[in-house]
Write a protein of this length. Structure first.
Length: 451
């Protein structure tokens, strides 16, 4: 029997759990293993990805919903729940800030519309995370901890989170990221206080590696950001692609802050890969034109969550047409988008909005279950509210069940959200998106996997 307590060392938990990824909903036609005959030149042979599937989507039609008044809490608190956000408004992931902040604010609004937590409204303090080129995250974290927050939602960047995780968890505060995907956090000694709604790159890497093979690529070149996010995702993409029978023929790294990428592009193109995986942040704005300017078709480009963004104002029409990218989480549903747009009418991207919204709901529900707003008490209940009980998908519906003395199983906007003992989602969707002529992207299929 292994220790299920939140304080158990993460390495021991990982050993006890084991990790095995099974892609359960791949509806691709044909073999997932590329053939080993014929030309390896995609320019000649072309890449042909599976037809769009539309995806299964999140949620559960039989989940409990609340249509009446929420019963009052039987426990009240003299210390209302206060959350902090550490999300990017500047730096190389600034495009992820607006949807994540909107997701947090929507979650706070709905929690308070339902009467708040333990009889008191929940508040949030927002601070910029910046990126790893600056010390903004440390300064912001110090400010948040000084205001007595019980949990910090963020950062978006795994590299940034690594700079503050010990500061946050060392203060007895929950560190809850909606977008960190580095596998390193699974075994981090975080005293049971680090959680995330984004799946580890073990899953995104397997989906992307397998998908490129399914599209017919036999060889792949990669241009990779040399940080925890980039190299972790690179490793898992490579393992999956080569397990499917392909070969990675070039892997070129660059560092955060670099502005020249010609050397990396030239070396990758010299290997004549069928497909090119760009594992970057907004550096893709500089890299893509270098690649397409040398005759590489956008259909040969495969992006990731760090750079699958709206490029309509950055490139000439058609520059990205046919390129594809992966983003963890389900496709944002229309009703959820409408709610987010009511919070921030300027939203264009919805990446990790669901994960941020779910973070607020899960923390709030765990606080109710713990009858406490103390970070360590809330952390001890996070796994419990994510599994095993009656399905529910909103704070109002879930908290009603809790106050009726029932166990709950929260399923959110990002997917089923069932936590492992290490604070990771054990199952998740990965969305695959395709760029249109205007350099914006649209959903084409969803892959569901378990860790």
């Amino acid at each position: 029997m292994f220790d299920l307590s939140p304080a158990a060392p993460r390495a021991a938990k990982l050993t006890a759990l084991g990790i095995g990824v099974a892609l359960l909903a791949t509806a691709c036609g044909g073999s997932s293993t590329p053939t080993q005959t014929g030309s390896s030149s995609a320019a000649a042979a072309g890449i042909s990805c599976p037809a769009p599937s539309g995806g299964a989507g999140a949620g559960n039609s039989q989940a409990a919903t609340n249509t009446g008044p929420v019963p009052p809490s039987t426990t009240t608190t003299d210390a209302p729940l206060k959350l902090g956000s550490l999300l990017p408004t500047t730096g190389s992931l600034a495009f992820l800030g607006p949807p994540e902040i909107a997701g947090v604010n929507l979650g706070i609004k709905e929690v308070n519309d339902a009467g708040g937590v333990l009889g008191a409204p929940v508040s949030v303090v927002h601070r910029d995370s910046g990126d790893t080129k600056t010390d903004i995250a440390t300064q912001s974290t110090t400010a948040l901890l000084g205001q007595g927050v019980s949990a910090v939602i963020g950062a978006a960047s795994s590299g940034v989170s690594k700079t503050v995780i010990n500061q946050i968890t060392g203060a007895g505060v929950i560190h809850f990221s909606p977008a960190n995907t580095s596998p390193d956090f699974t075994t981090w000694d975080d005293k049971g206080l680090y959680w995330r709604t984004a799946p580890s790159d073990v899953l995104q890497g397997k989906v992307l590696g397998n998908y490129m093979a399914t599209c017919g690529a036999q060889t792949v070149g990669m241009i990779v950001l040399n940080d925890a996010y980039g190299t972790g995702l690179q490793k898992n993409v490579k393992e999956a692609f080569e397990a499917a029978g392909g070969k990675v023929v070039a892997e070129e790294l660059f560092n955060e802050g670099d502005s020249q990428f010609s050397s990396q592009v030239d070396k990758v193109l010299a290997a004549k890969p069928d497909a090119i995986a760009l594992i970057t942040f907004d550096q893709a704005k500089s890299i893509v034109p270098l690649i397409t300017g040398k005759g590489i078709k956008p259909t040969q480009l495969f992006m990731v969550d760090g750079n699958t963004s709206d490029y309509s104002k950055d490139f000439q029409a058609g520059t990205m047409k046919g390129a594809q990218g992966t983003i963890p989480g389900t496709f944002a549903k229309d009703d959820f988008k409408k709610k987010l747009l009511a919070i921030d009418p300027a939203l264009k991207d919805y990446s990790y909005a669901g994960e941020s919204y779910d973070a607020v709901n899960l923390i709030s529900l765990a606080s109710e279950a713990a009858k406490s707003t103390k970070g360590t008490d809330i952390a001890a209940k996070l796994k419990e509210v994510s599994e095993g009980g009656e399905k529910c998908t909103t704070f109002a519906g879930c908290v009603t069940l809790l106050r009726e003395g029932k166990d709950i199983d929260y399923d959110g906007q990002s997917g089923p959200v069932t936590f492992s003992d290490a604070g990771d989602p054990t199952e998740a969707y990965i969305g695959i998106y395709e760029y249109q002529d205007d350099n914006t992207y649209k959903p084409v299929r969803e892959e569901f996997g378990k860790l």
